[in-house]
Design a protein around this ligand. Structure first.
Ligand code: SF4
Ligand code: FES
Length: 248
């Protein structure tokens, strides 16, 4: 395959940045999107040009670091996959592909296609934990009965990999799908009930302080989420937050 790439290049956070054109030949349809970028980078290095900076780690859809806006869609045209799991067979020979970083005030660009997602870490720090009684009277987690339905929904929420596609996709750059998944994975289980109220209040407060926008229920986040996190989690977060705020 031959492709024409239009890639966002930005030297650093203060740089204005611009789209730069690249042509690439001999792309195998079996390559992943990141392998295609590796090939492009090798050719740039061979020409003594600066390679394109992009984030990646596991390349297995687990770590959530590969975050590219491809042809106007977070993680590209495929559904329920991360950029590292996207294959070039989803594109046609001769295609022009636009590749940009996540765009959100709370995710500033570090360089080229890499953004700073530490805002998500600070939201997790604000409330994403459970307390465990370690006095010697700890109840074995396996001995606590949990309805199957609740366990399944908690597991589904825990599938969130913190990639930020929901924010990048939302016209308001809202982080509600991410925060609601992190709140739900605990609040559905008995172990998560202890801090449930403070967790909802603290994580939402941190989310607002980080500069994420408000949720206006467009549902775009759910469509583009590579882990198919359900909007049902946002409804649960709203309920948790309201009841916690009322007793404050
Ligand atoms: S909710 Fe989905 S899109 Fe948002 S951070 Fe989690 S996995 Fe990524
Ligand atoms: S590189 Fe880890 S999810 Fe894509």
């Amino acid at each position: 395959m031959k492709l024409h790439l239009k890639i966002w290049r930005q030297n650093g956070p203060q740089d204005k940045g611009k789209m730069v054109d690249y042509d690439i030949n001999d792309v195998s349809p079996d390559m992943s999107f990141l392998e295609m970028l590796d090939v492009l980078n090798e050719s740039l290095v061979a020409k003594n040009e600066e390679p394109i900076a992009f984030d990646h780690d596991c390349r297995e859809g687990i770590c959530g670091t590969c975050s590219l806006f491809i042809n106007g869609e977070a993680h590209g045209p495929d559904r329920a996959v991360t950029t590292c799991q996207l294959h070039m067979r989803k594109f046609k020979d001769g295609d022009t592909i636009y590749i940009e970083p996540w765009r959100a005030k709370a995710f500033p660009v570090i360089k080229d296609l890499m953004v700073d997602r530490s805002a998500f870490d600070r939201i997790i720090q604000a409330g994403g934990y459970v307390s465990v009684n370690t006095s010697g009277n700890t109840l074995d987690a396996n001995a606590i009965p949990i309805p199957k339905h609740d366990a399944d929904r908690s597991f589904d929420a825990a599938a969130c990999i913190g990639c930020g596609a929901c924010v990048a996709t939302c016209k308001n750059a809202s982080a509600m799908l991410f925060v609601s998944a992190k709140v739900s994975q605990f609040s559905l289980l008995p172990q998560g009930k202890v801090e449930a109220k403070q967790r909802a209040l603290n994580m939402v407060k941190q989310m607002d302080e980080e500069g994420f926008g408000n949720c206006t229920n467009t549902g775009a986040c759910e469509v583009e989420c590579p882990k198919e996190i359900s909007l049902e989690n946002i409804a649960r977060l709203n309920r948790e937050y309201l009841s916690a705020a009322l007793v404050e």
